[in-house]
Design a protein around this ligand. Structure first.
Ligand SMILES: C[S@@+](CC[C@H](N)C(=O)[O-])C[C@H]1O[C@@H](n2cnc3c(N)ncnc32)[C@H](O)[C@@H]1O
Length: 285
């Protein structure tokens, strides 16, 4: 099924090495996730990406009492937004040290937030058991080669009754064409993913109760349509030839990515799951 077996190291290196390029055309604040667009004419990626975060926060029912872990936090935007909006606290964890450094710099310019950023992997989290009220993530978990291990880690660090709410890329079908393999999967060092149904089964197997699952493929298509056009425009004014070539190649990939989405080889969704509440001795059911 996979043409290559990318390791965590491959993934971390990719997100370290591409930080500056992504900052130069995708989002200068370092946001790197799928947008939720108003309709098919909506071209405003910034607003759409902020909307995804708002939807996920609402689905997760984050409030001022929440203690949140953002897995694959990237440049830290989601957690900082949550802390500013709800006055909650939390930790962001990411495999890319360059992105963690960027997140820490951003945090330093915002006083009084109960937030920190740590370098590390979703498969070996540097946290104690039953620690967080919420674990959130945007477009990161699919990249982990050992997914069951991540699910076990999320389960371990969540408090009983805690919420696991995330957006992620989906692999809706087993068979992946060479085109999709090249432009969707290999491009970001992604081995394989779950279908929306398969994801829910995997989480249930890890002990979670499924709260909701949304299939949001059309927003994924719109994201790559809008960003492909942005990269093409930005390439015209980029003096560095290597950066220009990267943007043009990305823009070409965006055309192919939209075909892969239409062909059912690439998808995106939001899932909310819950770690069951602890059973009391008087009510062990
Ligand atoms: C597409 S970016 C999304 C970043 C961020 N969530 C956002 O919304 O902007 C995926 C992120 O997942 C991180 N990542 C991939 N594998 C990881 C792992 N095993 N543990 C922690 N982070 C990981 C990458 O380093 C990258 O920053």
């Amino acid at each position: 099924m996979t043409s290559q077996a990318f390791t965590e190291r491959d993934v971390g290196d990719f997100f370290d090495q591409t930080l500056q390029t992504y900052l130069s055309f995708w989002d200068s604040d370092g946001v790197l996730h799928t947008g939720y667009f108003a309709d098919e004419t909506d071209d405003d990626y910034r607003a759409a990406s902020a909307r995804t975060s708002e939807i996920l926060a609402a689905d997760a029912a984050i409030d001022g009492s929440s203690w949140v872990l953002d897995v694959g936090c990237g440049c830290g935007n989601f957690l900082i937004e949550l802390a500013q909006r709800f006055r909650c606290g939390g930790v962001g964890l990411d495999l890319s040290i360059e992105r963690i450094k960027f997140a820490r710099t951003k945090l330093a310019s915002r006083a009084g937030l109960a937030v920190e950023f740590q370098h590390g992997s979703a498969t070996q989290m540097p946290f104690g058991d039953n620690n967080f009220s919420h674990v959130v993530s945007q477009d990161a978990l699919c990249l982990v080669p050992d997914k069951p291990r991540t699910h076990a880690e999320v389960y371990r660090v969540l408090r009983p009754g805690g919420t696991f709410a995330f957006a992620d890329f989906l692999q809706p079908t087993e068979q992946i064409s060479r085109r999709a393999r090249r432009h969707v999967y290999d491009r970001v060092r992604w081995n394989s993913g779950y279908s929306l149904v398969g994801y829910q089964s995997a989480l249930a197997q890890a002990g979670f109760e499924i709260v909701l699952a949304r299939n949001l493929g059309r927003h994924l298509r719109q994201t790559y349509r809008v960003l492909g056009a942005t990269a093409r425009d930005r390439a015209q004014t980029t003096p560095d030839p290597a950066a220009r070539d990267w943007m043009l190649a990305f823009s070409e990939s965006c055309e192919q990515i939209q075909i892969a989405i239409d062909d059912g080889e690439f998808g995106w969704g939001i899932i909310v799951a819950r770690k069951p509440a602890a059973r009391s001795a008087s009510n062990p059911r």
